[in-house]
Design a protein around this ligand. Structure first.
Ligand SMILES: [Zn+2]
Length: 73
């Protein structure tokens, strides 16, 4: 998936979380604000990855619990 900066149309890194290059981001938001926005976007992406992983975990716990209950009785 190729991303391009919405302002100058320069091609962005494939793992970029925002559709704006660093140069335009600095111009629009300022260096500190742009860094904060990118950090927030990366945190949101990481949280999404974490949620996807936790969906499968309860199923594994659930299937493991039944054999143990039967064996103790
Ligand atoms: Zn740009």
């Amino acid at each position: 998936m190729a991303n391009n900066c919405i302002y100058c149309k320069i091609s962005l890194d494939s793992n970029s979380v925002i559709d704006v290059c660093g140069r335009c981001g600095f111009k629009v938001w300022g260096e500190k604000m742009f860094a904060a926005i990118v950090k927030n976007m990366e945190n949101a992406r990481d949280a999404g990855d974490l949620n996807q992983g936790s969906v499968t975990n309860p199923k594994i716990d659930g299937t493991n619990r039944y054999p143990r209950e039967f064996s103790t009785k």
